[in-house]
Design a protein around this ligand. Structure first.
Ligand code: 13P
Length: 271
């Protein structure tokens, strides 16, 4: 279980989270784990970095013991907004994923926002439930290509962030991690320009400063996601307002994911 007291989110400088989405199989996972474990054995991790993999829930059992104390946190891609067991068919609770040592959960990914039309209040409740159960919420925001083309990117992202700045207490907000994922960059190979990501991160941070004040807002962690790979990850980490990367497709290749981790940690150390 993640310990917010021992490891305040604000003190973790480098975040690299892999999101497998709906990928994997028992066999694929075994090969992946074998390669990943061999590679991380000889890698240098920084105590102020947080690396994690969000895998499909059905594979948590397969992964949890193998990743224990191995520098890669385990995470889920979704949880229920309900905290207590009950008649919620198909839902998986924060307590359940906690049993598999999940440290984090992805909330509000655009693929789910779009397909399941989750309400903003549901997303805020998911963040509350995960924090209550000592799980870091990785909250995704981002604009569509239409929003961007119409010049609405900033207002769309601001509005998404506002739901959380208004719905969560300040102390809870400080334990959340946000991920800016422009929809047009997800799975397209068309990553955002690092300077554009930086600009949006600054806009997101200005929303936090309205409720928290400037200094605490600076400490909120904001990741970039959208076609991140080992060949472009350094450019994002070089931006002052980019604290991490949320990696989709490239995290499905153990060797590529390890390269991303390695480059990210080294780039932050030299920032
Ligand atoms: P890709 O890295 O495959 O573009 O996916 C990004 C993403 O959606 C991570 O959550």
């Amino acid at each position: 279980m993640f310990d917010f007291i021992k490891n305040p989110v604000s003190q973790i400088d480098t975040w690299i989270i892999g999101n497998w989405k709906m990928n994997g199989s028992l066999l694929f996972n075994e090969d992946y784990l074998e390669e990943l474990l061999a590679k991380i054995e000889v890698m240098k991790f920084d105590p102020s970095s947080f690396c994690g993999l969000a895998i499909p829930n059905v594979y948590l059992f397969q992964f949890s013991n193998r990743l224990l104390d191995r520098n890669i946190h385990l995470g889920a891609q979704e949880i229920s907004s309900e905290d207590e067991d009950g008649p919620f068919t198909g839902d998986i609770s924060a307590k359940m994923i906690n049993e598999f040592d999940c440290s984090f959960v992805v909330i509000g990914h655009s693929e789910r926002r779009n397909k399941y039309k989750e309400s903003e209040i549901d997303l805020v409740n998911k963040a509350k439930v995960s924090l209550k159960n000592n799980i870091i919420p990785i909250i995704c925001v981002g604009e569509s290509v239409k929003d961007r083309d119409q010049g609405n990117a900033n207002i769309v992202v601001r509005t998404q962030v506002k739901q959380f700045t208004m719905g969560l207490k300040s102390e809870d907000l400080s334990n959340c991690v946000f991920a800016y994922e422009p929809l047009w960059a997800i799975g397209t190979g068309k990553s955002a320009e690092p300077e554009d990501a930086e600009t949006m991160h600054r806009i997101i941070r200005s929303e936090f400063s309205e409720v928290l004040g400037v200094d605490p807002a600076e400490k909120i962690k904001i990741l970039y996601g959208g076609s991140v790979k080992s060949s472009n990850v350094e450019q994002y980490f070089l931006q002052p307002g980019v604290d991490g990367a949320l990696v989709g497709g490239a995290s499905l290749n153990a060797s590529e994911f390890c390269k991303i981790i390695d480059k990210s940690i080294r780039t932050t150390q030299n920032k």
